[in-house]
Design a protein around this ligand. Structure first.
Ligand code: GLV
Ligand code: MN
Ligand code: MN
Length: 426
């Protein structure tokens, strides 16, 4: 990687020194906001626990000295004024919503970490030239409407009417969920202030959510690209019959056709040439009675890769294979693909600055792609964007066991702080 050793020294000659103790305390407090009826930590996007937790984040932002607003898309936006008003701002942040029965670190590292950066900058007497904007993006995790990164999408001008028309498995529209939680979909679509206010650079700190850093003994991940995502909704129409009397050879079983699809999707992921994965997450079958042959089945899956060619060819192969297999069972398959995000390369200069910063701080680092998606994938439409990873214990994430030590988080926060300082000069 070129450009190592380019880390700028702040004007004060001091390096921001985040406090592990404060980070630990913030974690403890935020972790209290979770749905008590589910395992692990659950703060899904439209839940009460999430809403309550954001009041806490707002308070922490204000205590750190940020001026805080909530935009029409639900993003919590804190701003630290710089010395050069009008200069394109630096932006950092992530999300504090979780998957169901999720963990305490995914997204949270980037929000609480950014707030600690602000405190550490102030303590070190470092005042940036540019404004520093810290965002707790609304609803990053993919919801039951099959859409994630709601807030960062809106900020980048990519949240449109078709998104609000999406339905969840119960037939509710995303727009209705917004209205039900006090957000106006029409206003949310106009919250694209990131297209009006020039942003200089965006850097997001996040847990790796995979095993690579821990396996290689590296403290910091320098993200090279964020995987693209294509989501599949396959509907299988067979024939509902008596499960005790219809001979096996005469059935048109929608669930059997869907099961063949689950395995075809897995084979496609296992055969991906570079980084690629394929996951079926849900199969709903009707009528669901023990004595009835399933007449209709819906299957939800996704493909992810950093190779756009593999994504498009895998889509075609799967559509053909799923339909052909279903036909063997006398079942019709309707295939709908929903694009989530493109493959997004991280900005090469930001990668260099993060790597050089880690070197200067004496931390070991590894360049790596991200299989998880992030708000950075959307903010990259607005300005050069990059990411810093810290290790995830045993590579576990999206589960209650997700864990990253405060020691590792503190190192990531140090890299984030010094990277922002290095990117600040006008
Ligand atoms: C978010 O965590 C995602 O990768 O879907
Ligand atoms: Mn995340
Ligand atoms: Mn996540």
């Amino acid at each position: 990687m070129e450009g190592q050793g380019r880390m700028a020294t702040p004007s004060t000659g001091r390096t921001p020194a985040p406090s592990a103790e404060r980070l630990h305390q913030d974690w403890d407090e935020l972790s209290r906001f979770a749905d008590p009826d589910l395992d692990g930590w659950t703060r899904t996007v439209f839940s009460e626990a999430y809403q309550a937790s954001r009041e806490f984040i707002r308070g922490r932002m204000e205590d750190a000295g940020l001026s805080v607003t909530v935009d029409a898309a639900g993003n919590l936006v804190g701003r630290l004024a710089g010395r050069a008003p009008g200069a394109p701002a630096l932006m950092t942040g992530s999300h504090t919503d979780t998957v169901r029965s999720g963990g305490r670190f995914d997204g949270v590292v980037g929000v609480l970490g950014a707030i600690e950066v602000v405190r550490a900058l102030r303590e070190a007497g470092i005042s940036l030239q540019r404004d520093l904007i810290v965002v707790d993006f609304f609803g990053e995790e993919t919801n039951e409407f099959g859409l994630g990164c709601l807030g960062s999408r809106a900020l980048a001008g990519d949240l449109g009417p078709a998104h609000f028309d999406r339905t969840d498995p119960t037939g509710t529209h995303l727009g209705q969920r917004y209205t039900g939680s006090g957000l106006d979909p029409d206003r949310a679509m106009t919250a694209d202030w990131g297209r009006r206010e020039p942003i200089h650079r965006y850097v997001e700190l996040h847990v790796e959510q995979g095993p690579v850093l821990e396996e290689r003994g590296s403290e910091i991940g320098v993200v090279t690209a964020i995987a693209g995502i294509e989501r599949l909704l396959a509907r299988f129409a067979g024939r509902q019959d008596h499960a005790g009397t219809m001979p096996m050879g005469d059935r048109r079983d929608a669930l059997v056709a869907a099961s063949e699809a689950v395995l075809a999707i897995r084979r496609e992921g296992c055969g991906a040439p570079v980084y690629g994965v394929a996951t079926t997450s849900r199969v709903d079958s009707q009528p669901g009675s023990p004595n009835v042959v399933p007449g209709s089945t819906s299957l939800y899956a996704e493909l992810r890769s950093i190779d756009p060619d593999w994504l498009s060819s895998a889509k075609q192969r799967l559509a053909q294979e799923i339909s052909a297999k279903a036909a063997e069972y006398g079942v019709a398959a309707e295939i709908e693909w929903r694009h989530d995000n493109d493959v997004v390369p991280a900005d090469p200069d930001i990668q260099d600055v993060v790597a050089a910063t880690a070197d200067e701080l004496g931390l070991t680092w590894e360049a790596q792609p991200s299989g998880a998606t992030h708000d950075a994938a959307h903010i990259a439409r607005l300005c050069p964007a990059g990411m810093v990873f810290v290790p995830s214990q045993a590579g576990r994430s999206h589960c209650p066991e997700e864990f990253t030590s405060t020691e590792h988080i503190e190192k990531g926060v140090r890299v984030l702080a010094s990277t922002l300082v290095a990117l600040d000069p006008l």
